[in-house]
Design a protein around this ligand. Structure first.
Ligand code: FES
Length: 631
């Protein structure tokens, strides 16, 4: 990229790269564990401490871990293109949203706007501005016992005078922890501004943050924007971030990063809809427990330590100014309730928007992302667990893994006779592949297995008569893309070690299903519908996910993609008091099963460490397809 930058001796290569404005990802938060921040030192003085992620050959070839190596003098460093973070393609995340038919802003919204005319003070009537406003609001609109906090009071005097004693006030009538609470003044604007009322639904994902800007008068979503969570630069999964948060000013740094991402998104959404962030009067926030803790600045350390507890599962309503969010300073910010360290406030709104809490069908709700969360039940009972599947399906822990951005292979088909692959790559036609994202990895695993290139244990058969399989540095491997066709000019491969990581991830998720069902005396075959949430779920090919034993072998029509259920649930809770209350009910009726304390989990996990499973009777359709292929 031909960039030059000057840094102090002893600076980490990662910091020097960042100083050169190259966005290098640090998937494990710079702990030296993942080996995915490798750069190549072409020449010069760079100190590279020994690390098990770098072999002697790697070191001889100039490889260095950017998060560990330090600059000791002039140096030339090459950052491989697949290591550079790319901008999220937000158009892939936008979805069509139906306003609930029964939505009625006057009845359902805790927020209201009123135009109030106030008599001008005089030497005969020196009543203060605040008492004057309260008196008229009670008289003209029957709003009694109004309260206000300092930020809005600071704007009151100016607004009354600029509006020549006519103002529009925004009043919040209740909060969820205080349903009967006194009304509260959120904003005061000079003149008549009844034309709009804005709110935002926010989903703080470990990987992606999403903001929907909502016109609260009509209920319509007027803008949908998404971006990578800025915290990714400090670690790709929640555990790396918890570790980072416990060091120095790590917590403040992570809180700042997510705040900056969200503020950027809020500004972008407001611009798209032709409004200002300062006119947004409410936010409802969904996010897993770690993300919620980091967002509000609570130390998340206990989430990771036995016995895995959060500081708080239901945070009371906060104000935008407490959190540094670019909304109206007094806007209420409701963080939705979670139920446990690893079943957080992304799953409760997920259950709400999936509708499983309303029907009597036995439903399995799954949200596969950086973690796998599972809920089983119907309208009368719900039980949930979390599987530490790890971020393998997000591309971490896999040599050529990457997130679903431009250049990622998202679908693979393999000819069972020639073993040659056909690929679909994200991006414009002709885009050179850079690596494999989650859906591509699932597809590839299934195709390799069904074509007989890997065995039931997930090992690549290097004895096949094809140059595509070979013995590599990390054991057997299959070459998906040859170097001359890839963006980085290097072969894109799937190795035995990658397969091992992916097998563990899929086994953890499937074992979660079985243990959850067994814990209530049911079997996985009793499930009537499988609801798949999370942005990742949208791209899973059901047939292939069943072939590798990730999803249960149920008829295809029982699977339903729900899209990003987390932000959709936050949107529903933003629209109505009733939905907001329903999320609280879901949280209180859901039983949490701690898998690490369940003595059947390990057996279920070990049994699932095969393709598709050691107990093939659980996967009759896969056995049938294998028989058809003579396997
Ligand atoms: S090894 Fe450097 S970021 Fe993980």
């Amino acid at each position: 990229m031909d960039r030059s930058v000057q840094v102090e001796t002893g600076t980490l290569v990662a910091d020097a790269v960042r100083a050169a404005e190259i966005d290098l990802g640090l998937p494990c938060g710079g702990q030296g564990r993942c080996g995915r921040c490798t750069v190549i030192v072409r020449e010069g003085e760079v100190q590279r401490p020994p690390n098990q992620r770098l072999s002697g050959e790697d070191r001889a070839a100039g490889y260095a871990l950017a998060c560990q190596a330090t600059i000791e003098g002039d140096a030339t460093i090459y950052v491989p293109p697949q290591r550079i973070e790319r901008v999220l393609e937000t158009d892939k995340t936008a979805t069509e949203v139906q306003v609930p038919l029964s939505y009625d802003a006057l009845r359902d919204q805790p927020l209201r706007k009123y135009v109030v005319s106030v008599s001008e003070p005089s030497l005969d009537d020196q009543t203060d501005d605040w008492s004057r406003l309260k008196r008229e609001l009670a008289r003209q609109h029957d709003v009694q016992e109004l309260t206000a906090e300092l930020p809005v009071l600071r704007r009151l005097s100016g607004a009354l005078r600029d509006g020549e004693w006519t103002v529009t006030v925004v009043v919040e009538h209740d909060r969820w922890e205080e349903p009967e609470g006194p009304p509260r003044l959120v904003d005061v604007l000079p003149g008549d501004h009844l034309e709009s009322l804005w709110g935002v639904a926010i989903d703080i994902g470990t990987t992606t943050n999403v903001v929907w800007l909502v016109d609260l008068l009509s209920g319509q979503v007027m803008a949908q924007v998404a971006d990578y969570n800025g915290q990714i630069a400090r670690g790709e999964d929640v555990i790396s971030r918890i570790i980072y948060a416990s060091k120095g000013d790590g917590l403040a740094d992570l809180q700042r990063l997510v705040r900056e991402t969200l503020n950027g998104l809020i500004e972008q959404a407001a611009e798209q809809a032709g409004t200002r962030p300062g006119e947004i009067y409410r936010a409802v926030v969904a996010g897993n427990s770690t993300m919620t803790h980091l967002f509000v600045g609570l130390p998340p350390a206990s989430i990771r330590l036995m016995p895995f507890v959060t500081t708080i599962n239901q945070i009371p309503t906060l104000r935008a100014h407490d959190l540094g969010l670019h909304l109206c300073p007094d806007a209420g910010v409701d963080c939705l309730p979670g139920i446990a360290s690893y079943v957080g406030a992304d799953i409760t709104p997920g259950v709400l928007s999936s509708g499983m809490c309303y029907g009597d069908k036995l439903s399995l709700f799954i949200d596969v992302g950086t973690n796998g969360e599972i809920v089983l039940g119907d309208c009368t009972w719900l039980i949930a667990c979390a599987c530490s599947a790890g971020p393998a399906f997000e591309g971490a822990g896999v040599l050529n893994g990457m997130r679903a951005t431009r250049g990622a292979i998202e679908e693979v088909w393999i000819d069972a006779h020639t073993y040659e692959p056909t690929l679909r790559v994200i991006g414009p036609e002709g885009e050179a592949p850079r690596g494999l994202c989650g859906s591509g990895l699932i597809g590839l695993m299934a195709e390799l297995f069904m074509a007989g290139i890997v065995d039931k244990g997930g090992n690549v058969n290097v004895a096949l008569d094809t140059p595509r399989t070979r013995e590599g540095e990390h054991g057997g491997e299959y070459v998906v893309v040859w170097a001359d066709e890839s963006a980085a000019g290097e072969d894109i491969v799937l190795t035995d070690v990658d397969m091992d990581n992916l097998m563990r991830a899929k086994a953890a998720i499937y074992a979660g299903f079985s243990v959850l069902a067994n814990s209530v005396g049911l079997s996985i075959t009793d499930v009537e519908q499988v609801l798949i949430g999370g942005a990742f779920g949208q791209y899973i090919n059901i047939e292939k996910a069943i072939q590798i034993g990730l999803l249960p072998d149920a008829p295809w029509e029982s699977f339903h993609y729900m899209g990003n259920t987390s932000v959709r649930g936050a949107y529903l809770a933003l629209l109505s008091r009733e939905s907001r209350q329903q999320v609280v009910n879901i949280a209180s009726m859901m039983t949490y099963l701690e898998l690490s304390a369940d003595n059947t989990f390990f057996d279920a996990f070990s049994a699932a460490l095969f393709l598709p499973h050691t107990d093939e009777s659980q996967f009759p359709s896969v056995v049938e397809q294998m028989a058809e292929r003579g396997r």
